[in-house]
Design a protein around this ligand. Sequence first.
Ligand SMILES: N[C@@H](CCC(=O)N[C@@H](CS)C(=O)NCC(=O)O)C(=O)O
Length: 215
Amino acid sequence: MADPGKPKLHYFPYSGRAEVLRMAMQYFELDYDEEVVSSQAWVSLKRSGNYEFAHLPMLEIQGKRLVQTSAILRYLCQTNHAYSTSTDQIAQIEAIVELHSDIQEQTLPLMLQDKLTEAKAWYEVHMPEQYFPMIERLLEANGAGQGKYFVGSTVTMADFVMFEFGFDAFQRSQMEDLGVKFAQIAPKFFAFLASFKEQKQSLKRYMSEHNDKPV
Ligand SMILES: N[C@@H](CCC(=O)N[C@@H](CS)C(=O)NCC(=O)O)C(=O)O
């Protein structure tokens, strides 16, 4: 029987927006269940009133039903010592989260519709010229992180969004041809991706088991 004390992640049967939450929970070694919602079941669930903004993902945790991906991730990070109390660091973490949203706004609709060729074309145009130079600069500028963290000297929410982004866009089996091409253009970012995965066995194991999960 399901343990009522365990967090339960409700989402569709693919990576999508929930993947960053799964990765964070793996990193934090949080034992959680998943409620996999089919698109047919969602038609009536959406109208049930049990999902605050009629969207998924939703995370049931400690008697709460959290919604909105960033808000859920922020909650997980704040409750697992992966945020910050410094206003300067919080501003930097949130700026990086927004930078990721700017990219995701363009690419997630393509990925969710399985338009991988179009998504790859978008990355080819925009990453080398526009975004990789920024990302490389962020890692370079955060000396305290030694290339392992985007903000400060310990893991934060910024690392989770950038790690999940890097995996989703350039390392999952359907996308790794792009990763091979981009590794030379953004060496600091690819070194960050490699070292982050190595930090936790639980995350590494999860990633190796879900490398070719539907996008
Ligand atoms: N801003 C929300 C957007 C959530 C969202 O658009 N979820 C999609 C799946 S990725 C969904 O629930 N689609 C079904 C629907 O809107 O009925 C978040 O980040 O959680």
